[in-house]
Design a protein around this ligand. Structure first.
Ligand code: BTN
Length: 323
């Protein structure tokens, strides 16, 4: 990390920090510290300096910056160990895809302030206005069977729900497999793209879109989409939320790798709106209709049909028919 990033990390902990402590920890002179604090101030980081108290981070600019996201991440987080931020791209998932093919390490994350070809599941577009939301894609290389990939979509949704709750106090709900909702409207979606051999995942690209500070949606989304700002009535600091989502996903990835997916599915059940509801899932090739009964150990949804048969869905377009 850069010196700016190191200073931000020390200040991000919350309390004031004596300049002498920062100098000692970073091995820099007072003049260099002051130069970096002034440079951060010029970028919009508001840092107070009170004699005998120290430096305190008052506010951060509403701009995604790799150093700033790093500063709010636990230092040992694998997810986010390498962060790239683009001002605009076609799709962050395309960039990660390219990095993956070039051998990038797992945990690499790409953010964009805007996307020109943001994509969602089932060939849909993802509305990606400039600097209003979080648009990111994460590269993972789990040593797992391809059928377990749906666990990562579930983990992504749980990570978003947990992070949003921690940062805003709101109570999101998850609609299987990948929609995260507030007041019945979607504010976040997860798109997991899988690259696999017959029996082994080569790599996964987990794309996460979150409508954070959006105030106006295009007409076709107005009835079905919302944002954290619309639901909470306040601007949300995107950098902190971004770091929290990555940290939560990192914790979920630890659980998946150690065979503890039940810990995630238990959490998922707490946030879930799907279980117990009558629904219709269009899987692309077939229709599954019935009552959502449980999340299976691999992340698939078990649906009890009217004839009493238990059917398994690993993805598709879900319509709730009856609550
Ligand atoms: C969905 O709900 O259909 C999934 C939406 C996923 C959108 C994100 S935004 C960042 C990443 N890049 C993309 O092009 N898509 C995902």
């Amino acid at each position: 990390m850069s010196i700016d990033g190191d200073i931000l990390r020390l200040l991000a902990i919350g309390g004031p920090v004596f300049p002498e402590d920062i100098q000692r920890k970073l091995g820099i002179e007072q003049a260099l510290l002051q130069k970096h604090v002034s440079a951060l101030a010029a970028l919009g980081y508001e840092i107070s300096h009170t004699p005998h108290v120290g430096y305190r981070l008052i506010s951060i600019p509403d701009r995604l910056h790799a150093d700033a996201i790093h500063a709010f991440l636990p230092p040992d987080s694998l997810v986010g160990s390498d962060i790239h931020v683009f001002q605009e791209t076609n799709s962050t998932s395309d960039i990660v895809e390219r990095l993956a093919r070039d051998g990038a390490r797992e945990g690499t994350v790409v953010f964009a302030e805007a996307q020109t070809k943001g994509r969602g599941r089932l060939g849909r577009k993802w509305f990606s206005p400039n600097r209003e939301g979080l648009l990111c894609s994460i590269l993972l290389r789990p040593q797992l069977h391809p059928t377990q990939a749906v666990q990562f979509t579930i983990a992504g949704a749980v990570a978003v729900a947990r992070a949003v709750h921690a940062e805003t106090g709101l109570q999101p709900q998850i609609k299987w497999p990948n929609d995260v909702l507030l007041a019945g409207k979607k504010f976040s979606g997860i798109l997991t793209e899988l690259h696999a051999e017959l029996d082994r995942i080569s790599y996964l690209v987990i794309g996460i879109g979150v409508d954070v500070n959006t105030l106006a949606f295009p007409p076709e989304l107005q009835e079905i989409a919302t944002s954290l700002r619309l639901e909470s009535g306040r601007m949300i600091t995107r950098v902190k939320l971004a770091a929290k989502i990555l940290a939560e996903l990192d914790a979920c990835y630890d659980d998946i790798r150690s065979g503890g997916f039940e810990r995630i599915s238990d959490q998922w059940e707490q946030w879930c709106t799907t279980l117990g509801k009558s629904l219709r899932i269009d899987t692309g090739g077939s229709i599954i209709e019935g009552v959502a009964e449980a999340l299976d150990a691999d992340g698939s949804l078990l649906v009890r049909s009217a004839h009493g048969r238990l059917e398994r869905a690993i993805g598709g377009d879900v319509r709730i028919i009856k609550n």
